[in-house]
Ligand binder design. Sequence first.
Ligand SMILES: NC(=O)C1=CN([C@@H]2O[C@H](COP(=O)(O)OP(=O)(O)OC[C@H]3O[C@@H](n4cnc5c(N)ncnc54)[C@H](OP(=O)(O)O)[C@@H]3O)[C@@H](O)[C@H]2O)C=CC1
Ligand SMILES: O=C(O)[C@@H]1CCC=N1
Length: 288
Amino acid sequence: MNLSESSVRSSDSPALQCDVSQLKIGFIGAGNMAFGIAQGIIASGKVPPSNITISAPSMNNLPRFQERGVSITHANDEVVDRSRLVFLAVKPHLVPKVLNGISGNVTQEHIIVSMAAGITLETLEELLPAGTRVIRIMPNLPCMLLEGALLLACGSCAGQEEETLLKALLGPCGLVEAGPEHWIDAHVGLSGSGVAFVYVFAEALADGAVKMGMPSALARRIAAQTILGAGVLLRDSGKFPAELKAEVCTPGGTTIHGIHALEKGGFRAATMGAVEAATERARELGKK
Ligand SMILES: NC(=O)C1=CN([C@@H]2O[C@H](COP(=O)(O)OP(=O)(O)OC[C@H]3O[C@@H](n4cnc5c(N)ncnc54)[C@H](OP(=O)(O)O)[C@@H]3O)[C@@H](O)[C@H]2O)C=CC1
Ligand SMILES: O=C(O)[C@@H]1CCC=N1
């Protein structure tokens, strides 16, 4: 069965016994992550926006979905009733309350996909009816521009077909990888939170240029383009970061002097520590 032809079928998975173009998709929570993922699904062209329903308590975020042809509601249970694949896109502390509110509407037909940092598959499965197919995904903010990095992990009742379906749907959001659940917390540190670490670096890079006399707006634009170009080259060249770094470092030149300053400031240790701290915090959030 060729997914690129928008068709995923299975003999024993009810939610997959349909053409993906007919799949009804729901979002509970309408913030940035829901927006990024919905954009990716719509961009894939596999699912029409009219097949998507989204809920949030206020109208703060819903209009941008409505403008794209997505159905909106304030009732989470309506999303569940109208959808077979439901993304849970609320903040982690709200997950138990939201799942308590919808679990009576969840059937074996549904696939529930949580993006809440730290909330484990075990907790999700406990809060939902026995046998519910549950998947965790961890996106990051650039999903909004279809340049995200997502990692997914399947619960005890979900498997290869659900994974294949999600990879096909979410492909346009960016890089989509699957792995065991214990990688998810590390992915939060590396990528979910890592995006903000890069922004701190961007700010510092620009501030350095301001210190050296450059106007700050220009310094910010150049910092952003520098990080973008370096990232694309790293992603597309297939080279290790160390190889690319060596290509920039002229012996006795400017870059190696700058790198020495970074090393004296503990840049690598600080960066590794940031990933570790964010990962540990995600693990902590997951403790009951
Ligand atoms: N932000 C990030 O970079 C990343 C976030 N995540 C995870 O994604 C999830 C969503 O984060 P994010 O999009 O940033 O959050 P936002 O704060 O942007 O959005 C949260 C949404 O949840 C809605 N909401 C609040 N209460 C309820 C409720 N009871 N029922 C239904 N919807 C409700 C809010 O409604 P309203 O519109 O009315 O305010 C809002 O639309 C979190 O669990 C987070 O851990 C994962 C990776 C990266
Ligand atoms: O800071 C947070 O908790 C969320 C999860 C990853 C990015 N933002």
